[in-house]
Design a protein around this ligand. Structure first.
Ligand code: PHE
Length: 355
């Protein structure tokens, strides 16, 4: 019993003398840590018998609880003091101006893809996709493009590897092939995406964007093509009337083929769509060539349809008055700040905020 009283005295005085968190934690480990004095004393219980053993154990437990409580309350006292000290030192200056909330902007190309997808979506076109890295077959051969065709030339096409089998797709038309190969008619899809050609000037960049359209069914004809394009152009440019002309053209994968121009005029240096006597080419189209349908195992005595390919970047330039195509891809944040679009989910009262 002496030992217990002795330890009680010893630790009480140590606790009293501890005047900071570090010291009291040391006392704690001296009492209860590995080989701690109070912990060690518990071993003695097994050496005692009968009443002695009972009394010793109960007194020792009391000591343990007592010292433990004293230590813990001192620890929380010191911790509280520390928190109070921090709070009084790090004061928050509520007069500082807030940090502005910054939001990124949507790139005009992304914006236009969203708009185009929404417009065609309303009239039943699904969105299809294909890879940027294509094989020669899907990009050319299946599209009825003969071996000597200039588009196949190294000057026009980025080939990957030596043997001209893999390339960066030169148009989104291979998605026509992928769509028809992997399903059964009817097909009614658009396919927006990146395309690549060896070309660079104010209106051409080596990477650009197209949206492909394909509609194959039993009675689809050129009148439908014209109607759909007329509907799309009016919706996209948000005008009631447009001047549109189908100019005969040639693509290996359509017959007949046409390029579509829309009428515009310049007002104070700005392009106004739908009026005037100037013409701008915006897309290529035509009735899908029977050879293409055959290559995709579509029964040409039952099915036919049209396809079109629109330059997305060109649409963006026209609609939003951007003159140099190359600026689209220079990743200049100031440019994006000017020409970009607010993400739709910015709360209205944040709209003023930006970088
Ligand atoms: N793929 C053609 C181009 O890139 C456009 C086009 C698509 C023409 C579909 C006709 C039909 O120029």
């Amino acid at each position: 019993m002496d030992e217990i009283l002795h330890l009680e005295k010893e630790f009480k005085s140590k606790i009293d003398q501890s005047d900071n968190l570090h010291k009291i934690e040391q006392v704690k480990s001296e009492a209860f840590g590995k080989n701690g004095k109070i912990g060690e004393l518990f071993k003695k219980i097994t050496t005692l018998q009968g009443e002695d053993r009972k009394n010793f154990a109960s007194n020792l437990n009391k000591l343990k609880d007592n010292i433990n409580n004293l230590i813990n309350s001192k620890i929380s006292l010191f911790e509280q003091e520390e928190i109070n000290k921090k709070l009084s030192e790090d004061r928050i200056d509520v007069t500082l101006p807030g940090r502005p909330i910054t939001f990124g902007k949507i790139h005009p190309v992304t914006q236009v893809i969203d708009e185009v997808t929404a417009i065609f979506g309303e009239i039943g076109f699904l969105v299809a996709e294909g890879p940027d890295v294509e094989n020669e077959y899907n990009n050319f051969t299946a599209l009825n493009t003969p071996p000597h065709h200039p588009a196949r030339d190294m000057h026009d096409t980025f080939y990957l590897g030596q043997n001209k089998e893999i390339l960066l797709r030169t148009h989104t038309s291979p998605v026509q092939i992928r769509t028809m190969m992997s399903g059964k008619p009817p097909f009614k899809i658009i396919a927006p995406g990146r395309t690549y050609r060896c070309d660079s000037d104010q209106t051409h960049t080596p990477m650009f964007h197209q949206v492909e359209g394909l509609h194959i069914d039993k009675n689809v004809n050129m009148g439908h093509l014209k109607g759909v394009l007329d509907y799309f152009i009016k919706k996209f440019f948000e005008v009631d009337k447009i001047k549109m002309r189908f100019r005969p053209s040639h693509f290996p994968f359509t017959e007949p083929s046409a390029e579509v121009d829309i009428g515009y005029e310049l007002k104070d240096g700005k392009i106004v769509i739908g009026e005037g006597d100037k013409w701008l080419e915006i897309l290529g189209c035509g009735m899908v060539h029977p050879n293409v349908l055959k290559n995709c195992k579509v029964n040409t005595s039952v099915y036919q349809g049209y396809a079109f390919g629109i330059g997305i970047d060109r649409l963006a330039m026209l609609k939003y008055g951007i003159n140099d195509l190359r600026s689209f891809f220079e990743t200049d944040v100031r440019w994006l700040e000017h020409y970009g679009f607010d993400p739709l989910d910015i709360p209205a009262n944040y709209r003023g905020y930006s970088r």
